[in-house]
Each structure stands twice: as structure tokens, then as C-alpha cells.
Design a protein around this ligand. Structure first.
Ligand code: M3P
Ligand code: FE
Length: 364
């Protein structure tokens, strides 16, 4: 149920403009005099026509959802809700759709029952519907077939496009998605920064999904595709002695990475990562994991690459998860940082200065 005070506050803002203040107006406020909803300014920007607003953001916005297959739906659902602290937004016969507490979009993780554990789909959100046609055209011209997927095939989601990446992962792009979540704090004015739900100490309860890391036999080819065709910017790269890319970190959302690619089998998922607000939350996450007997892979520690703080661990069926915080904020003119293979230990785990074997070998 919507908070009554919140509704009143919105109406006050819309109807009464205190003397001496300027009333907020969206560029395309309804001409019919219908009430302007001040919470809708971002949508007003999004609705404005292509090219009419200089600097209008376009293309890929961020990671939308990761779809993985699981051999035990009940067990993984229990883990992702009770240990990770995600919320179930929908269930169907074979799938559970989950989101983090500060996410408004329908889901950021889909678990689907199947006889093997693996990644089914990596799905990124674009700014506008017309970006889908643009990107479909670019992927097609690069020589990769693109499928149009109709509204609703992914629950809560509008039309999307799908194609295989050069390293064989199935990728999806979508623009429209249902907003859900009665408890989402940002849907009301004056949201709390602290409170029940998002400070539950018995669960990790990350506010949102952050990034994912895939494996590729030819990191260079994949990186070129993500940059030249899909418009990703490269923040960091790890080079071998011959100058070939062993790993690349790519962003669209002005974070150190939305996607990273490391050398490994084609089609693989190394991990997906949840955002935490700060290092205190990483320490709390380690406590929650230890208390629940979850196997840690590495950490808590810091990455040299991205400068983020991290823990890696596995869900009950062996899909690697990460919690991540910190790192720099790369503007579009951020120079690409380069690491050399002889420093690979510090690059990945800055404190330890070395990699563990499991971290390098295990992926799903
Ligand atoms: C990260 C990160 C590997 C490096 C991983 C790095 C798999 O996960 O968030 O920067 O080598
Ligand atoms: Fe990561």
C-alpha cells in the first residue's frame, strides 16, 4: 500500500507553488493541464524525441539481469533470499525472478530450473526503445544474427533483441521493464538512507546488482565487439608479455566496470557481482557468509584493477558471486589503465599479490 503522507506531499508539490519559488516544469509537461508528477522528471527527459535534446544519453545503460540455470530451484531460492537478501518479484513453474531492495526494475536475477548449472543470458538495459533498432543494426552489420524477442517472453519486460557475443554468451538488450516493489524506498519523497529491509544484519541485502565477468578464448576479439559495436569504454586491461589482452574491464555506467572479460572457455560465466555501499558492508557480508557456512573463494580484500573492495564466494550450486564496493568514477575521458602479466597477482588481489588456483579455474 502506498504511504498516505507520501501521496499528500506529492500533491502539495504539484498543486501549490509557494510565493517566490519557481515551479518545476518538465520539458514536455502534459499540455492538457493534467497534474505534473515531480517524481517523473527523469521520465520526461526520456520521452523527449531523439536528437531534440543535446547530449541525450543513448545506448546501453547498465547491466539489467543475469539469467542462470540451477538444478535445485528451492535451494538456490532459499540462498538468494535468506543469505543474499534479494526479494522474489515473481515465480513461474520453472523460474524464480529476484531483485535487490533498491532496484525498481522487475528483476536482476532469474533462476531457471534445468539439468545443468550455467549462464543462460546476460541482459543489459538500454536508454530508449529506439536504441534497440540502432544496436540491432550495428550487430547485424558486424555479421552476427539478431533475434527480436517479443514483449513478456522475459517476465515483466518489453521487446528485446538477442544475439551471441563473439565468445558465445547469449546477450540481450531491452529498454522497457515493469517497475515493481512495494518496499522500494525511492518511489516516495524523502526516502530513508537507513531502515528495516536494507540494513538487515542477518542477510547481505545488497542495494543492487553491479557487474558481471565472462570468460572468452579470445579476449581481444570480444573486447573489440563490446567497444566498437556496443559502445563500451575500456577502463583497464591486463596484457600478456606479447601485448595481448588477458582481461579487459568495460563500462557504460561510469563505474569501473559493468562487464569484464577474462581469458577462459568461451560461453563461461566467472561471476556476477552485487554492489555494497561501503567497506563496513563488505565486512558484514563476510560475517553473514561465515555464519551461514557459505564457502568463500577469496577475500575480503581489494582489487588492484578497479580499486574496489571485494569478497568472492559460491552459491550452493557453485555459481560464483561477488560483493563489491568502492573504486573510482571513470568519466568518458578516463585513460585506460594497463597492467602487465608479471603483476597479475596485485592486479586482481592487491593485498595478497597472488591468485588462487580455484579462482582461475572454476567458472560456470
Ligand atoms: C573482478 C573485478 C579475474 C578478475 C576479476 C576481477 C576473474 O571481478 O570486479 O574487478 O581475473
Ligand atoms: Fe567482479
Amino acid at each position: 500500500m502506498e504511504n498516505v503522507n507520501a501521496v499528500t506531499a506529492r500533491q502539495d508539490l504539484a498543486e501549490g507553488t509557494p510565493a517566490g519559488t519557481t515551479r518545476l516544469t518538465a520539458p514536455d509537461a502534459p499540455a492538457d493541464g493534467s497534474r505534473f508528477d515531480p517524481s517523473d522528471t527523469r521520465q520526461a527527459w526520456a520521452r523527449s524525441g531523439r536528437g531534440t535534446v543535446p547530449g541525450r544519453p543513448q545506448g546501453i545503460l547498465r547491466l539489467g539481469h543475469v539469467d542462470v540455470t540451477v538444478t535445485d530451484l528451492d535451494l538456490t531460492t532459499a540462498y538468494y533470499t535468506e543469505v543474499m537478501g534479494m526479494e522474489v518479484s515473481a515465480r513461474t513453474e520453472d523460474s524464480v525472478y529476484l531483485k535487490c531492495w533498491d532496484e525498481e526494475d522487475h528483476h536482476s536475477l532469474r533462476l531457471r530450473y534445468a539439468p545443468r548449472v550455467g549462464m543462460e543470458l546476460m541482459s543489459f538495459k538500454v536508454h530508449h526503445e529506439d536504441d534497440l533498432a540502432d544496436l540491432e543494426d550495428r550487430v547485424t552489420r558486424y555479421g552476427f544474427p539478431v533475434d527480436r524477442i517479443s514483449r513478456g517472453e522475459s517476465l515483466g519486460q518489453g521487446e528485446s533483441i538477442r544475439f551471441a557475443t563473439p565468445s558465445g554468451q547469449l546477450m540481450e538488450l531491452f529498454a522497457e521493464v515493469e517497475k515493481v516493489g512495494a518496499s522500494r524506498p525511492r518511489s516516495q519523497p524523502n526516502p530513508d538512507a537507513y531502515g528495516p529491509g536494507h540494513t538487515a544484519r542477518d542477510r547481505i541485502a545488497p542495494p543492487r546488482m553491479d557487474h558481471m565477468l565472462i570468460t572468452a578464448e579470445e579476449v581481444g576479439d570480444s573486447t573489440q565487439f563490446f567497444m566498437d559495436v556496443l559502445g563500451f569504454r575500456i577502463t583497464e586491461q591486463l596484457l600478456d608479455g606479447n601485448g595481448h589482452q588477458l582481461g579487459t574491464w568495460l563500462e557504460r555506467s561510469h563505474s569501473p566496470h559493468d562487464l569484464a572479460i577474462v581469458h577462459g572457455a568461451n560461453g563461461g560465466l566467472h561471476h556476477f557481482a552485487y554492489w555494497l555501499d561501503d567497506w563496513d558492508d563488505v565486512r558484514d557480508a563476510a560475517d553473514v557468509l561465515a555464519y551461514n557456512g557459505i564457502q568463500l573463494d577469496v577475500g575480503p580484500t581489494r582489487h588492484g584493477i578497479t580499486r574496489g573492495s571485494t569478497i568472492y564466494f559460491f552459491d550452493p550450486l557453485g555459481t560464483r558471486n561477488e560483493v563489491f564496493t568502492g573504486g573510482y568514477r571513470p568519466d568518458p575521458d578516463f585513460p585506460t589503465l594497463t597492467w602487465t602479466e608479471d603483476n597479475i597477482g596485485r592486479a586482481i588481489f592487491y593485498y595478497e599479490g597472488e591468485l588462487n588456483d580455484r579462482f582461475m579455474r572454476v567458472h560456470t
